[in-house]
Design a protein around this ligand. Structure first.
Ligand SMILES: Cc1cc2nc3c(=O)[nH]c(=O)nc-3n(C[C@H](O)[C@H](O)[C@H](O)COP(=O)(O)OP(=O)(O)OC[C@H]3O[C@@H](n4cnc5c(N)ncnc54)[C@H](O)[C@@H]3O)c2cc1C
Length: 518
């Protein structure tokens, strides 16, 4: 936007010193001294769009675009955006394009000290702080009218220590920043189905991935966490330092502070037997029944998914998947090819149309689940289930399989159990996952029509499977919900105590808030 700004200067020049006062045409004034101070002041006045006159009815915009944004910008440098700044729309974008994030300000700090400055600034200004990296779980956040959206994108340093089998990462690192590096050293991390979620967001909420039945949740592979709490202080917590906070962070999400770095375990692994069996969509019932039976005796070394996929006819979907529908089985087996082939034989005997199983390094399974890489407008739902019998599969097929006319792009059941059912000593707030299977369903929500259709289709499947439900999983909840409802009463009360200790005024706005209804 082009605009003309009139800046009035009052200069006092004495010998070699320069002092003065500058005022722009909407009344913002600055005192300055020295020639550099003059240049800086002019830059600053030019950088502040004249919203005061343009939006007289919007005091929040006025307040934040002029005073607050520039005040915070002076403290942490240029990476602070107000609604009128260039780059605002790109910065407020979430992975889920359905979500329209409208925070008061956006800050992109580059160090833990800058994070601490943002936190102190927010507290003093009566604002909240919502830490976020990718916005994969932005929908539950709700209104951010009085919130600083703190993007962790610049906290992206990654260090892999092969000898110690540990990775230490900035909280803006995503799995794709670590998995290939670790893989080169014959190591694997407990990542999930998509490479571009942040390690921090995923791990704070639990983190259930391809090795989950053997090694459990990613949260419990975390060995140390660095964070800034509500008073602006920086803490390094682990099992020996603030152990109660360390416990709460591993499953209780972003409720206790802004995480600035994480350290976690890596597991020795050079190759896995992994892939996807694609079957014609019409064979969905046969495939899902066979997969459910197969999971009953599957060893912990295999984590698998039974799934119905209807690929949209979009150019970014590769051939031969584009516009086609399939029933699939995806699996990762921690073992060699011969054992893997023997294990898979009952499913292979069904005669898949396409079979991608092979021995691959850990980095080779990053995209096995075929999650979208670019932001999409989507609506999803999920549930944890106890046992699923053959009747449950029938119910699922009727609600979401061939003939149901569902619009859902993906309807999946992930097999749980194994290490996910065992609480290890020293585990965090999410020690186990209740149940044997977890569903995740997703559809397109690009406009009112597709949104209504997806909502109806999700509701139909969720209602059909409701009798089997055993709980909800923090990371898969995509609607506003109170976080304590995901935990048993004892764990929920303990988490609320930690929240009260470290964030009594609810400065932090997490995707799933503890004590939201306080
Ligand atoms: C396509 C897709 C595939 C997925 N696959 C899996 C999977 O296989 N397994 C699984 O367990 N989950 C999976 N998820 C869920 C995913 O783990 C959650 O959405 C998770 O919250 C994403 O973290 P993020 O930081 O990338 O997202 P964001 O939306 O950026 O963050 C989510 C929340 O995490 C917290 N947070 C993030 N960074 C910080 C920080 N530095 N300090 C404090 N709090 C912070 C905040 O409360 C924030 O609101 C998937 C999601 C999608 C959309």
């Amino acid at each position: 936007m082009n605009r003309t700004v009139t800046i009035t200067l009052e200069l006092q020049v004495a010998d070699d010193s320069l002092r003065g006062r500058a005022q722009d045409d909407i009344g913002a004034t600055r005192e300055f001294s020295g020639r550099l101070g003059l240049m800086h002041t002019i830059d600053e006045l030019l950088a502040e769009p004249a919203t005061a006159k343009e939006n007289p009815m919007n005091p929040l915009d006025t307040m934040f675009t002029t005073d607050e944004a520039s005040a915070l910008r002076r403290l942490i440098g240029g990476d602070v955006l107000g609604p009128d700044d260039a780059g605002w729309d790109a910065a407020r974008l979430a992975f889920n394009l359905r979500v329209d994030q409208r925070p008061a300000l956006i800050a992109v700090p580059a160090s833990r000290e800058e994070v601490a400055t943002v936190v102190r600034f927010a507290r003093d200004a009566g604002l909240r702080v919502a830490p976020q990296r990718t916005g994969h779980n932005a929908e539950p956040l709700g209104s951010m009218e009085r919130t600083i959206l703190l993007k962790t994108n610049r906290l992206d340093r990654v260090h892999v220590d092969p000898a110690a089998r540990r990775a230490r990462v900035g909280s803006g690192a995503r799995w794709e920043d670590v998995v290939p590096l670790a893989s080169e050293h014959g190591l694997a991390a407990l990542h999930g189905s998509t490479p571009d979620v942040s390690i921090t967001g995923y791990s704070l909420g639990g983190g259930m991935g391809w090795y989950a039945r053997k090694h459990g949740l990613a949260a419990n592979s975390v060995t140390a966490i660095e964070l800034v709490t509500a008073d602006g202080s920086i803490h390094l917590v682990d099992e020996n330092h603030q152990p109660e906070l360390f416990w709460a962070l591993r499953g209780g999400g972003g409720n206790f502070g802004v995480v600035t770095a994480l350290e976690f375990e890596l597991f020795p692994l050079t190759e896995v037997y992994a892939g996807v069996l694609f079957f014609p969509y019409e064979r969905a019932a046969e495939v899902l029944h066979a997969w459910r039976q197969w999971t009953a005796d599957a060893p912990e070394e295999v984590t698998s998914v039974g799934r119905l996929l209807q690929f949209p006819p979009l150019p970014e979907v590769p051939e031969p998947l584009r516009g086609n529908s399939f029933a699939v089985v995806e699996a990762v087996f921690l073992g060699d090819q011969a054992e893997g082939e023997a294990l898979l034989a009952p499913l292979r005997q069904l005669g898949p149309a396409l079979d991608t199983f092979a021995m691959v390094p850990p980095a080779g399974i990053a995209e096995l689940h075929m999650d979208p890489r670019d932001p999409v407008p989507a609506l999803g739902d999920h549930s944890l289930y106890g046992e699923l019998d053959a009747a449950a599969i029938e119910v699922l097929i009727e609600a979401a399989g061939p003939g149901s006319e569902t619009s859902l792009v993906s309807v999946e059941l992930r097999h749980m159990g194994g290490a996910l059912a065992r609480a290890e000593e020293g585990a965090g707030a999410v020690a186990t996952m209740p149940g044997s299977y977890i569903s995740y369903l997703v559809g397109i929500a690009a406009d009112p029509e597709t949104t209504a259709r997806t909502e109806a289709d999700l509701a139909r499947v969720m209602a059909a499977l409701a009798p089997y439900e055993s709980g909800r999983y923090f990371n898969f909840v995509e609607r506003t919900a109170s976080a304590e409802s995901f935990f048993d009463p004892v764990t929920a009360a303990r988490l609320l105590d930690v929240k009260q200790t470290y964030d009594p005024t609810h400065l932090f706005q997490a995707n799933h808030e503890l004590g939201a209804g306080r």
